[in-house]
Design a protein around this ligand. Structure first.
Ligand SMILES: CC(C)(COP(=O)(O)OP(=O)(O)OC[C@H]1O[C@@H](n2cnc3c(N)ncnc32)[C@H](O)[C@@H]1OP(=O)(O)O)[C@@H](O)C(=O)NCCC(=O)NCCS
Length: 180
């Protein structure tokens, strides 16, 4: 099972993250305080960190261990962020991040709804899930808008280095369907 390399929505193009995205990743979100606040990875210190992440994304597409797309604004061609899907039948999970200048215009919802719709339509997938920090209201809103429901609070789920948290809770959201 493998998702399309490219999705087109009204305003967005999703295509695989490439090493040539490293500078855009660094400048758009990975070195910025607001977008990385709730993230489990350490904020990038220099472009080598972003290049390592971009290389990992290329490797993921090769190995099918995960499918990270760059979120590109069609009208401008601007790199806005990343959305990643991981397939582990019978379930799939996803995550996303956008640069702050692009928040609040429905872009995450547009990208996530496309990826979630593809995933839940697959034969072997019956659960699409994601987690977010309990204080991450914008992400929780996105998850609800794309059809996921709050399922559980997960204690000691992951650490958030930017919050100086060794380990902390997450809320788990999921969209499920019954086997046909
Ligand atoms: C989470 C994130 C991807 C949302 O992106 P976005 O493009 O702004 O999201 P959308 O515009 O599609 O939807 C955001 C929703 O959250 C709501 N929202 C934003 N801030 C909020 C807040 N503080 N409290 C409640 N709702 C909030 C918006 O009103 C909107 O809902 P609406 O359309 O019903 O009004 C973006 O903020 C981001 O990249 N954050 C940093 C990375 C991150 O947290 N990723 C998720 C990890 S789980």
């Amino acid at each position: 099972m493998r998702p399309p390399e490219e999705f087109q929505t009204d305003r967005l193009r999703l295509r695989p993250v490439e090493c040539s995205d490293a500078t855009a990743i660094f400048r758009t979100y990975a070195a910025e305080a607001a977008p990385t606040r709730f993230m489990p990875f350490v904020r990038h210190r220099d472009e080598n960190d972003s290049l390592a992440f971009a290389q990992r994304c290329e490797d993921c597409w090769t190995s099918s261990s995960a499918f990270p797309w760059a979120i590109i604004e069609k009208i401008s061609g601007r790199f806005m962020g990343v959305i990643e899907l991981r397939l582990s039948p019978p379930k799939a999970d996803f995550g996303y991040i956008l640069g702050e200048p692009f928040w609040g215009r429905g872009f995450a919802t547009e990208a996530a709804s496309t990826v979630v719709a593809w995933a839940i339509a697959q034969h072997g997938i019956f659960r699409v899930w994601a987690t977010c920090h309990p204080d991450n209201a914008a992400s929780a809103a996105v998850l609800r808008k794309v059809g996921l429901a709050h399922e559980a609070k997960l204690a000691n789920w992951e650490g958030r280095p930017q919050l100086s948290e060794t380990v902390g809770p997450s809320d788990c959201y999921a969209l499920t369907r019954s086997p046909r």
